[in-house]
Every structure is written in C-alpha cells, then in structure tokens.
Design a protein. Structure first.
Length: 512
C-alpha cells in the first residue's frame, strides 16, 4: 500500500482500536494500527498524513503506562489523541491530568466550539460516548479548549499551529452521533487527505505486486470455500494464472451442495487449477463414536492437515503457500489472548507440514468488509462473498454427540430448508449467523395415526457484529412456523423443531 496516503493509529490498548482504523478507511483513507512505541524513524519512513492516538485503560500516572516516542509532536504531522491519547498528549506537553472521583461513562451531551476545524459543520450541542476516569484539568500552553461536558471541563482541545488535537470522547463508536464526522474533519480539514483509497485500486496494485513477487514460480492454496481463502485464491489466480494450484479438501461436513458449489465457481467460472479431494469417508471413520466437541475439532484439524499434506506431496516443492489471513487476525495476534472457550477458531496451522519457501498473505491489510468488496470486484458470486461464517469443523460440531452419515444427511436437509426460508423472508443480510443443529434428543410425536420416536432439530440464529457477543434473532413467528412445518414434513426422522432463545453470553453461538 506504498502509494496511498496513510493514517497511523498508535495502539494504546483501547478496546475500539480496530473500529478507529475502520472508520478512517470508510472515509477512503488507508490506515494502519501500529504499536504505541513505534520509533520516530519508522514513523518518518511510513510518512503518514496524520497520526491518531487511541484510548486505553492506563492512567498517565501509572508506573508503566504506555508512552509514545519522544519528539512525535515536533514532526509537524497532525495528531489526534482520543481519550487516553488526549491525556498523554496533555501530560507530555505540560498540561495537567487529574483523576475524577467517579468514572464518567455513557453517551453524554457535549458542548462544542464549532469554529474549530475538528467540529466544522456541527451544531453546538452533540452527544458522544464518554468513558474515562482521568481527565484533562488544564490544557498545555498553546492549546485552546474546544469542548466540555457537565463533568469534564476539557472534553476537547486544539493547538492549531502545531495541528495537535485531543478529544476525551470516542468518535469511533456508533453511539457517538456524528462521530465519524469528527474523524472525517481530522482527515480532510486538518491532515488534508484526498481520500483516494479504493478497493479497485487495491485489487490492481495487489495483482501487480503479486506478479512481480511470484513471477513464474509456483504457489499453493488451501481452499475451504470460505470468503477469505476464496478471495485470496482468486486474487492470486489473476496474478499468476495456472502457476497457482488450489487444494480443496472436502471433509464431507459442509452444508448441502456446498462442495459442488465451490467446485463450480473455481473450476468452471475462474478456470483455476483445482484439486478437490473427497475425503468424507476418511473423516467419518476417524470421527466414529467420538462425542467430545474438542476431540472432534482436534481430529478434524489433524486429518485436514494430513490430507492436504498428501496432496501437496504429489505436487512437490512449491515456492509460495497462500494464506487467507486478514487484518483483524494480524491485530489480534499482537494482543494478549483471552481464555480458550473453544479451540481451533482459526484454521491456520498448515505451514509446518508443507514444503514451501515463503508464505504469501494477500489480504493481511484488509478488514472483512473490505475482503468482501475485493471479492465482488474480482467477480466472485455474491452468495459466496456474503456467506455467513462457517466453522472449520463444519457440521461435525452441529451434530451433537456422535456423527453418522445418516445424521449428517438429516442435518443438511433441515439446515437447507432453514436457510432457504430465511432468504425467502429477506432476512439473510440481517441475521449474521443462522443454522440448524441436530440434537441427540429423540422424543415422541404423532404423524397421521402413528406414534413416532424421532430426532429434535434446534434452530439457531444470532445477530452480532463481532461474534464475541450476540443476541438471538427475533425471527417473525410466521417464518419460524413455516420452517418448522417444512422440516417435519420434508425431512425423515425429525418430529420436533425448537428455537434457541439464548444470547451469547451465556451461551455460545455453536452448540458444541
Ligand atoms: P462460538 O460458538 O464460540 O462461535 O460462539 C463464535 C464464532 O466462531 C465460529 N466457530 C468456529 N470457527 N472453527 C472455526 O473456524 C471452530 O472450531 C469454531 N467454533 C466456532 C462460530 O461459527 C461463530 O461464527
């Protein structure tokens, strides 16, 4: 992304850092999140149009509170400090940061001075999210107060000559009305950005640089049919054509017809060098009788690597291994890990086993929505680009208990009906993940005059932005009724359908 104007986001540990980067990119300006202690030399080398300091949980008076490199405010590059970022700017430049008696949290009325470029075009009163204990009591010399709330005298400040700005509130979150406009003003009024970062130019640049990098060497890609690996594969294919080989391991745990759909797109539409390995029997043999979810994940992960490895061996040494790593993976891997509730959330872990020289990660600078836009730009069909997330272990963790071929068939049919009716009702873009689960509960029913003793299908649908938390979706009763009646009528061995009305937490999205 060498030729684009750049905003550097210094990460002081706040929970909304990714959001800040996204908001900047939504304004068509490329942004990168970097560690708070990035050196002055590195900053100069990156030559950003502006710098944003994120918030963070520390206090400037803490013993090992995070500090930026000395001299950052003298570079002549505009800086916007958010929350802790504003406090740090104040502290370093000689103002006073004080501790409030109580934390100010929530969307708050903020009076602003709309003669400041930061608030250009704003009405006088606004509502922004405040979330802080420390606050700026006195602004540093050369700074002017440009906003306040009832409990925070300096909710924003500026030093126009040095192009330094601080805001105590969080403009990046949705509850800050017009928050993005503050970021936009910083980018366009203060940093003089042009806003020419676009997916189309990303695609062109990437293809060009991949061509240069790989030349006529060989690359290998594990294709899962998920959005990231699909987009990475097509991008590589556009750059190096038949020198890319994709291996698609079909473990037989995909949804109804999905394996064939993947093959259709990659082989027929794009004419990609595709090897499809139908390995269902291998996986089912390994999974026979296994009921523990973590054990299922482990078996599938290991078997996946084994199958991939066997196929890759047939090809011999390749120069490059393609991975669909995306920007949130890159940012998150730099931060502390939270406790493992379920393992194997990212199916990575291939490189150790494959004979290759270098990894290539063409999407490592993109957020998920940008990956989707890239996919559309490359001509990948919408239904693939907007696919809901699907776990690596597939239906194995949606058949509760032990897995058999028969159970998989029941689940595939029920799940396909659910998805079809959600699409018919026009809800498929609003619900972020929805699927059927085959519980291992059998219950008594009556069909015609006959007693039945058959399986219970559970329907799961959640609305979420980050998949870390989420609410169960309030699907209209009529839609649920139609799904339920179709499933019991059309799918053999199911006589009961239930709807999961638990949010996450305390439940997780998947049942296993
Ligand atoms: P949970 O069930 O933990 O799921 O609330 C959160 C998101 O992660 C997906 N998920 C997985 N993805 N391998 C994956 O690649 C897994 O083992 C796995 N388990 C859960 C889940 O579908 C949801 O989107």
């Amino acid at each position: 992304m060498k030729n684009n104007e750049l905003i550097l986001i210094l990460d002081f540990g706040g929970q909304y850092n990714q959001l800040i980067a996204r908001r900047v990119r939504e304004c068509n300006v490329y942004s990168e999140v970097v560690p708070f202690n990035i050196s002055i030399e590195e900053i100069k080398e990156k030559n950003p149009k502006g710098i944003i300091f994120t918030g963070g949980p520390a206090s400037v008076y803490g013993n090992d509170s995070p500090r930026c490199a000395d001299g950052i405010f003298e570079l002549g590059i505009p800086v916007l400090g958010i929350c802790y970022g504003m406090q740090l700017m104040t502290y370093i430049l000689g103002g006073n940061v004080a501790k409030a008696n109580k934390r100010e949290y929530g969307t708050t009325d903020v009076s602003i001075d709309n003669t400041s470029l930061l608030f250009k075009g704003f009405e006088n009163d606004n509502r922004f999210l405040m979330s802080h204990t420390d606050y700026v009591e006195t602004v540093p010399d050369g700074f002017k107060n440009i906003a306040s709330t009832l409990s925070c005298p300096n909710a924003a400040m500026e030093n126009v000559d040095k192009k330094l700005y601080g805001i105590q509130f969080h403009p990046e979150v949705n509850n800050s009305i017009n928050g993005t406009q503050v970021i936009r003003n910083f980018l366009f009024e203060i940093c003089n950005c042009k806003g020419d970062w676009q997916i189309a130019s990303f695609v062109d640049e990437s293809i060009k640089s991949l061509k240069e990098k790989i030349g006529d060497k060989k690359a290998l890609c594990a294709l899962s049919g998920g959005v990231d690996s699909s987009v990475a594969a097509v991008l590589l294919h556009k750059a190096i054509g038949k020198n890319l080989t994709c291996i698609f391991v079909d473990h037989g745990l995909l949804r109804k017809n999905e394996g064939d759909e993947v093959e259709e797109v990659f082989r027929n539409q794009f004419d990609i060098n595709l090897i499809r390995v139908n390995a269902k029997n291998r996986f089912l043999e390994k999974l026979a009788g296994v009921t523990d979810p973590e054990k299922k994940r482990k078996i599938i992960g290991e078997e996946f690597i084994r199958v991939f490895e066997e196929e890759a061996k047939k090809i011999g040494t390749v120069d490059f291994l393609v991975q669909g790593t995306i920007y949130p993976d890159v940012i998150e891997s730099g931060l502390g890990k939270s406790s493992v509730i379920k393992s194997h959330h990212n199916v990575g872990g291939l490189p150790d086993y494959i004979d290759f020289k270098e990894i290539v990660e063409p999407l490592r600078d993109l957020f998920k929505d940008e990956v989707r836009k890239t996919g559309l730009e490359l001509g990948i069909p919408e239904n693939l680009v907007y696919r809901q997330p699907f776990p690596g272990p597939g239906l194995a963790i949606r058949v509760i208990g032990d897995i058999t071929d028969e159970k998989l068939d029941i689940l595939k049919e029920a799940d396909s009906i659910f998805r079809e009716e959600i699409a018919n009702a026009g809800l498929h873009r609003n619900i972020n993940q929805y699927f059927a689960v085959l519980t291992n509960l059998k219950s008594v029913g009556v069909m015609g005059d006959e007693r039945t003793y058959d399986y219970t299908i559970a329907l799961r649908a959640v609305e979420t932005t980050d998949f870390m938390t989420g609410f169960w979706s309030k699907i209209p009763y009529e839609v649920l009724e139609k799904v339920s009646s179709r499933i019991v009528n059309e799918v053999n061995h199911v006589n009961r359908v239930v709807y999961d009305i638990t949010s996450k937490p305390p439940a997780t999205i998947e049942w296993e």
